[in-house]
Design a protein around this ligand. Structure first.
Ligand code: AMP
Length: 113
């Protein structure tokens, strides 16, 4: 299996502006930001979509959900940020390695487009 774009970033084969990392995940700035702060939070474990997660991923998924607010807070947006997971091409997913979008720094509309 060839590496995903995000595995290449994790392995430092592609450049990225990394803002956080630990033993389970890495976070870096989106190359095409949709908000003043737009960070991608990515598990080191490759998993194409959220729908591919299994019960054994429960702790990892919880870790991502607990880490995202810390990253938003570190960016100065602890009180207002949006998390997005696009699951599947029809939902807007383009990189098939699970990632959470952390968006902040502008008013957010609902529903998202
Ligand atoms: P999605 O469409 O939900 O799969 O999100 C993929 C995101 O990855 C998009 O917001 C892209 O702008 C972003 N992206 C693609 N290539 C890179 C890259 N080399 N570095 C940082 N972000 C990227």
């Amino acid at each position: 299996m060839s590496k995903t774009l995000f595995e290449k970033i994790i392995d430092r084969e592609l450049p990225a502006t990394i803002v956080y990392e630990d033993e389970q995940c890495i976070a870096f700035r989106d190359i095409n930001p949709g908000a003043p702060t737009h960070i991608l939070l990515v598990p080191r474990k490759p998993m194409p979509t959220l729908g591919d997660a299994t019960p054994e991923d429960q702790n990892l998924l919880g870790h991502l959900m607990l880490t995202a607010p810390k990253i938003a807070a570190a960016e100065g947006f602890g009180d207002a940020f949006r998390l997005v997971v696009n699951n599947g091409a029809a939902a807007g997913q383009s990189v098939f390695h699970l990632h959470l979008h952390i968006l902040a720094g502008r008013p957010m509309k609902w529903p998202p487009g």
